[in-house]
Ligand binder design. Sequence first.
Ligand SMILES: Cc1cc2nc3c(=O)[nH]c(=O)nc-3n(C[C@H](O)[C@H](O)[C@H](O)COP(=O)(O)OP(=O)(O)OC[C@H]3O[C@@H](n4cnc5c(N)ncnc54)[C@H](O)[C@@H]3O)c2cc1C
Length: 393
Amino acid sequence: MDYFLTEEQRMMQGLAARIAREKIRPVRAQLDASEQFPWEIMKILAQAGLFGIYIPEAYGGTGGGIFENCLAIEKLGEACIGVGTSFAASGLGAYPILLNGSEELKHKYLPQIASGTRLAAFGLTEPSAGSDVSGIQTKARKDGDHYIINGSKQWITNGGEAEIYSVICLTNPAKGPRGASCIIVEKGTPGFTFGKKEDKLGIRASATRELIFQDCRVPVVNCLGREGTGFITAMKTFDVSRPGVGAQAVGIAAGAFDLALEYACTRRQFSSPVGSFQGLRFMLADMATKIEAARALVYATARYIDTKPKERPTLYSAMSKCFASDVAMEVTTDAVQIFGGYGYMHDYPIEKYMRDAKITQIYEGTNQIQREEMSKTLISGFHSHRSGIARAA
Ligand SMILES: Cc1cc2nc3c(=O)[nH]c(=O)nc-3n(C[C@H](O)[C@H](O)[C@H](O)COP(=O)(O)OP(=O)(O)OC[C@H]3O[C@@H](n4cnc5c(N)ncnc54)[C@H](O)[C@@H]3O)c2cc1C
C-alpha cells in the first residue's frame, strides 16, 4: 500500500530498514540467546540520527513526529523487536520531558537523548501497581531544594542501561494519584541502584530491571511541571507512545509474514509447495490483510497525533496498540504453524517472533486495559452527546 510518504520520510524509513537488514538480522539470534544488550546497534542508530526523529530541532532532534518514529520502530521490529524496544523505550522516557518539562530541562536532557549518547527510560510500574497504577508507593519527600526518593519500580525497559529516568513518585501521598509527580533521576545518583536483569520469554536483547531508590536525593527542579501532575503526564505519555507499540507489533508481524511466505513457497510436501494448499493460502491472505489493517490504523493514529497535538488521542492510541498487538500475536502464531515442526525449533528464526509478539499485548497497559479505556471513552462520549442533545432541546 502506498502511504504517500514524503521523500524525507522514505529516506529515513529506508535507513532504518538498511540497519535492520545489515546490522540487526545477522546478530539477532545470538543477542536473543545471550540476552546481550545491543549497545553496538544503539551506537549505529545514534550515528544515523534516528534517536532524534521525534524531537524538535530546537532540542537537538530532526523535528519529525510520532509518525516518523513509528516508521523507524516498525522497520527495526521487522528484524528484532528486542533491539527495537530498546530504541523505542528511550522515546518513552523522553516523552514526559517533551510534554511537561521546563525549557531548562528540555535543553538539558533532550539533546542528549536525541543524539543517542544517553538512553532514557520510563518508570511507573511497581510490584503491587501494574494495571492499577494508582497503587504506586514510591515516595518523593521534599527536603529543602531536593526530593528524597524511596521505593522501587519494577520491569523497567532499558533499566540499568539508560542514564535518564522519568519516574512517577508520590510527592503528596495523602492525595493519592493526584499527589503524583514525574521526576527525572539520573543514573549514578547516590541511592539509585538496579535489580537483576530479568530473564524473559521474548525481547531478550532488551534490558528489563528493577529501579531501587533508597534515600535518593534529586533536585526539586527535576520535577516535570507542577507537583501533582505526574499521572496526567504518564497518561499523555501513553497517548503518544502507544502507537509506537502498535508499530513494534506491525514490524514483528511483517517480519514473520515475510519468512512464512518464503517458506510456504519453497517447502514441498505431496510434490507441491505447501503454500499451494488452500489451507495455507487462505491463512497467508488473512495474515497479510490483518497486517495492512494494523499498519493503516497505526499510521493514521500517529499522523492524527502529529497534526492535532492539542487533541487527546487516547481512544485511537489504545485502538492502534491493542489491534496491532493482537494481530502480531495471531500472525506470528500462524507463521509458526506454516513452518510446521521446523517452526518449533530455535534453529529457525520464526519462533522468536512469536515469543517477542506477546509483550506487545502486555506492556504500556495490557490489552484488557486498552479495551477498558476504549469502552470508557466511547460510553462517556455517548452520554455527553445525549446530554448535549437534551440541553439543546
Ligand atoms: C518486559 C516488560 C517491560 C516493561 N517495561 C516497562 C517500562 O519500561 N516502564 C514501566 O513503567 N512498566 C513496564 N512494564 C510493566 C507493564 O506495563 C505491566 O506489566 C503492565 O502494565 C501490566 O501490569 P501487571 O504485569 O502488574 O499485570 P496486572 O495488572 O497484575 O494484571 C494481571 C491480569 O489482569 C488483567 N487486569 C487487570 N486489571 C484489569 C481490569 N480492570 N479489567 C480487565 N482485566 C484486568 C490484566 O490485563 C492482566 O491480564 C514492563 C513489563 C514487562 C513484562
